[in-house]
Each structure stands twice: as C-alpha cells, then as structure tokens.
Ligand binder design. Structure first.
Ligand code: IPE
Ligand code: IPE
Ligand code: MG
Length: 255
C-alpha cells in the first residue's frame, strides 16, 4: 500500500513530498494530452517530434497510473476536429498508435493492461484501425488497468450517434421514450461500461474541454497544468491525485 509517496515536483521544488492516501485514489482518470506542438516549438523542433515524445509520456503515465491503483485511464489521442491539421501531421498522428503498440504492447500484456479504444474507427486509416483492433483483442481478457484511447473521438458526435440510435429504436417500437434515462444513455455511449471520470487532467495551460467526454465529465474534478504533455510524468500525476484528494465532491448536495 502506498502510505506516503515521495515525489519531485520539478527542479526548483525538489524533494517536496506528496501525500497520497491509498483510500481515495480516483478510479477513472481522463487526460487531454495537450501541448506536444508547443513543446517541440520551444526547442526549435518540428511538431512531430513533440508527438513522438508525447508517446513516451503515454507509457510513463500508464505505468504510474497502474502502480497508483487507478483502474481506468482514458487518453485523448485524436479528436474529431484534429483532421483540420495539415495532412503530414495527421498522417504522423495516425501512424503513432501503430508504433506505440509495436513497441509497448508486449509490456502492456505483461502488466495485465486491457487496451480499449473509443471513437469513430471507420474513418481511421486501415493500418491504424488494425493495430488498435489487435491490441484490443490481445488484451481483452486482461484484468488490470483499463487503458482506453479516445481516437477520432468527439463528445458531440458520441451524443449525436447515441441519440440517433435511440430515436431509431423508438421509431421501430423497440424502445419506450419513458425508458430513456441517464443510465440507459451511459450504457449506450462509447464509454459504456466505464464509470465517469473522477479526475480530468489537461496539460499545456489550456482550460477548455475541446469536445472531450462532454456527458461523462459532468461531475469530474478538473485539474489543469501548464506542463506540456511530453514533459508530463509520474510526479505530475501524483500532484494531480494529491490535489484531487483535497477536493470536496458534493454532487450538488451538502457535505
Ligand atoms: C496534443 O498536442 C496532441 C494532439 C492534439 C493530437 P498538440 O498537437 O495539440 O500541441 P499544441 O497544443 O499545438 O502545442
Ligand atoms: C485536444 O487538443 C485534443 C487532443 C488532445 C487529442 P487540441 O489541441 O486539438 O485542442 P484545441 O484545438 O486547442 O482546443
Ligand atoms: Mg493542442
């Protein structure tokens, strides 16, 4: 059990301990991995180098989350709006999951991680889709951390698709409109089966949702950091969880 986690909060703040209680670890953490391009730019490097290094952060954070006892980790990897970027960048981003899984899948399997993916997979290039499908299949019986990639994911599209599906069932007489409730909608969204995120982290200083899990984040605790995603690591995750543990979650009620 983790009693007291020693962590190093960056150069100026070395050796400041972070207290984390093992009893109040967020079950589901969702991350908007942002700032790859600006990280690279700051170093005078092309944006794709930022994405390449962002991939290493995915590995670090997955391992740290697993060690901490987080059960579900959702990573926003590509939004339905990211197609607006230059073709070369989109192509590079579409190859990253292939590369990531080629390097990391064996270790993820060893760590009993179950890989999932949510988003519109039809629109992905076939090599990206195949790599993801293989990872999902090869890990489907694993019982450890659930690592859920949001890939070509958009919160509004997810809700639109769900509404269309329910409307069709109502029109066909298979569903009574009175039976439409939060629970049913939860189960029909792409995240169906996962609890809502307890903690949502966004890196790079932006304070917006950018179409991420609009329904599921209704009562999540939000944590923002100026750190760019490629430099995000275990110590930042611990910092976020420590802050999460100081929050009072009231869900509209009183403590
Ligand atoms: C996040 O980094 C990765 C994706 C959105 C795919 P960005 O590429 O958005 O980096 P910035 O925000 O331009 O710095
Ligand atoms: C959000 O980041 C999407 C992902 C991290 C995958 P963006 O960089 O696309 O968001 P905006 O454009 O700054 O809102
Ligand atoms: Mg960005």
């Amino acid at each position: 059990m983790i009693k007291r986690v020693q962590s190093w909060l960056g150069r100026e703040d070395r050796q400041q301990p972070v207290d984390i209680s093992p009893d109040n670890i967020p079950r589901h953490v969702a991350i908007i991995m942002d700032g790859n391009g600006r990280w690279a730019k700051r170093l005078g490097l092309p944006r794709i180098v930022g994405h390449q290094n962002g991939m290493k952060a995915v590995k670090r954070v997955t391992i740290a989350a697993d060690e901490l006892g987080i059960e579900f980790l959702t990573m926003y990897a590509f939004s339905t709006e990211n197609w607006k970027r230059p073709k070369e960048e989109v192509d590079f981003l579409m190859r990253l999951p292939v590369e990531f899984l080629a390097i990391e899948l064996d270790e993820l399997i060893e760590k009993n991680v179950q890989v999932r993916v949510m988003g519109d997979s039809e629109a992905l290039p076939s090599y990206t889709r195949k790599a993801m499908e293989e990872a999902v299949q090869r890990t489907e019986n694993n019982t450890g951390l659930i690592l859920n990639f949001a890939l070509n994911y958009g919160g509004r599209k997810e809700i639109e698709d769900c509404m269309r599906e329910l409307a069709i069932e109502v029109a066909e007489g298979k569903l009574n409109p009175d039976d439409i409730n939060s629970q049913l909608i939860d189960s029909r969204l792409l995240s169906g089966g996962l609890p809502d995120p307890d903690l949502m982290i966004r890196t790079s200083g932006e304070m917006r949702l950018s179409n991420f899990m609009l329904w599921q984040l209704a009562y999540s605790e939000l944590w923002f950091t100026d750190v760019y995603w490629p430099e995000f690591g275990r110590e930042h995750l611990l910092q976020a969880v420590a802050e999460y543990q100081r929050r009072s979650r009231r869900y509209g009620g009183l403590k």
